[in-house]
Design a protein around this ligand. Structure first.
Ligand SMILES: [Zn+2]
Length: 250
């Protein structure tokens, strides 16, 4: 079995057999990897604290050709995002970003762009203390990288300008509809919400972090993006966001 090396972000871990863990790593060179960390649940495991979700690691693993479970040999922490882990709200949004990657990406298909976008979103969340706006930014970026870029600058149906009200968002059509095409659509959008979505799509993470949405605008963006993701991943709601609702962070 060849030994491989890659950078990656730990998306999640779960117990495996008596003393081991399965680590799901979003890696730079291989995409989403499932790795067995043998003995990782023993008190004196060689992996120490390196296998927490939302940790950037350099991983060394035995690659089993044609299998979807490989063996982790070593994981060295590059960056632990401690500032995120110590803040319940940020932790929820960062977990939601990891969940987007977990659910939306196919198995082992590398995307350096998506890897960098995830790291960029996490870095800005920690630096600016802004969770939700950066989750929105990341969801739009991930959609684009994975080939599902929503049309937010003009009507996705007729190509006309997004003038007047009510605008609407159609998850199935993949974008915003102008007032003439919007009839019967479930997700109405104000001009402000439509403009904010378009800006989030156009800006890099550090600039997106300076944007914010209040009240009604935030609610509209939240429900549009939830529906858009649900449409593509066939999941009702990101579990991490469900958790934030329950603890009253959203
Ligand atoms: Zn139209």
């Amino acid at each position: 079995m060849p030994l491989r090396r890659t950078d990656g972000v730990i998306l999640r871990t779960y117990p495996f057999r008596e003393t081991s863990k399965i680590v799901v790593l979003y890696s730079l060179h291989f995409g989403k990897l499932r790795l067995v960390a043998k003995g990782a649940r023993r008190p004196k495991s060689i992996f120490g604290g390196s296998l927490e979700p939302i940790t950037h690691v350099k991983a060394l693993f035995y690659h089993r050709e044609g299998r979807d479970l490989h063996t982790l040999s070593q994981a060295d922490i590059v960056y632990s995002f401690q500032g995120i882990k110590e803040d319940l709200g940020l932790l929820g949004y960062a977990s939601a970003a990891c969940e987007v990657v977990l659910r939306w990406t196919p198995g082992e298909a590398p995307s350096p762009l998506l890897f960098r976008a995830l790291l960029g979103a996490l870095r800005e969340m920690e630096r600016k203390g802004k969770g939700e706006t950066l989750l929105w930014w990341f969801e739009l970026r991930a959609a684009e990288i994975l080939g599902h870029r929503p049309e937010l600058g003009r009507c996705v149906f007729c190509g006309g300008p997004l003038k007047g009200t009510p605008l609407a968002f159609s998850p199935a059509s993949g974008g915003i509809l102008c007032p003439s095409c919007a009839s019967g659509e479930e997700f109405s959008l104000s001009q402000g919400a439509a403009r904010l979505l378009a800006r989030l799509q156009a800006l890099p993470a550090d600039r997106a972090a300076t944007l914010s949405a209040s009240g009604r605008t935030g609610e509209q963006i939240r429900s549009v993006l939830r529906a858009f993701l649900a449409y593509h991943t066939e999941e009702r709601e990101l579990r991490a966001l469900d958790f934030l609702h329950k603890v009253g962070e959203v």
